[in-house]
Design a protein around this ligand. Structure first.
Ligand SMILES: *Cc1c(COP(=O)(O)O)cnc(C)c1O
Length: 231
């Protein structure tokens, strides 16, 4: 796993450089290692290397791996969550980054309340307005926050997450990252909530995202190489 350690060091250097350019403190940017398609040994190596959190996009896949990975590094769900998988998701994940509709929030609240458990969540926002993608529209974000605050006391809104439209030129993602940041600022002011985390930026465009205020970058290929084919 020397390569992983080297890759992580290189990524940290690139984050520091992007922070330098933007007048930010690199300690504000955390690394979510997205381990989808990689086996539990790779996840364990990422934990040992000191990533801030593990990201998986499928509940079933995380279920097959989590018990084999030692340590207390938190796991984030970064893929779509169906209501019928919510119970299992709560057993596996410490934070859900993809809350994007009231029905899902209600389902999570119903499961959490009897256990007296509080779950930090991010709202996924579809800043590019792409119909095939998950995430709430920016216009519907405030009503969802209103709903969460009124009806879901066991969900702790702590950030926003986005996946911008694909573009081979990462610089073109900048306006989408800026839009997420400005939405976060609006919501913070409007609802008087603490500053929201910004989960944005992947292998191709994380430096651009850091320049626009990302506090979590979600990295797969730049750390682990190409994804593995399905077993
Ligand atoms: C796979 C995935 C990533 C990581 O993508 P890379 O391009 O490999 O860095 C980040 N976020 C989400 C939601 C993903 O599904």
């Amino acid at each position: 796993m020397t390569t992983l350690v080297e890759n992580l060091a290189a990524v940290r250097g690139r984050i520091a450089a992007a922070c330098g350019g933007a007048g930010r403190d690199p300690r504000e940017v955390r690394i979510l290692a997205v381990t989808k398609t990689h086996p539990a040994e790779v996840v364990a190596a990422a934990v040992a290397a000191g990533v801030d959190a593990i990201g998986e996009n499928r509940v079933q896949e995380a279920a097959a791996k989590r018990s084999q990975v030692p340590g207390t590094t938190p796991w984030h769900l970064v893929g779509p969550l169906q209501r019928n998988k919510a119970k299992l998701a709560l057993e596996l994940f410490d934070l859900v980054e993809t809350v994007d509709r009231p029905e899902l929030a209600d389902r999570l609240e119903t499961l959490l309340a009897p256990a007296g458990r509080f779950l930090p969540i991010f709202i996924e926002v579809n800043v590019g307005g792409e119909t095939q993608k998950g995430g709430i529209t920016p216009a519907d974000a405030a009503p969802l926050v209103d709903d969460l605050l009124a009806r879901c006391p066991h969900l702790r809104l702590s950030g926003l997450m986005t996946v911008p439209p694909y573009d081979p030129d990462p610089r073109r993602a900048r306006p989408y990252f800026a839009a997420l940041r400005s939405l976060a600022d609006d919501l913070t002011t409007r609802f008087a909530v603490p500053p929201l985390e910004l989960s944005m930026g992947m292998s191709e465009d994380f430096e651009v995202a850091v320049g626009e205020g990302a506090t979590w970058v979600r990295l797969g290929r730049v750390l682990f190489g190409e994804r593995r084919p399905a077993p």
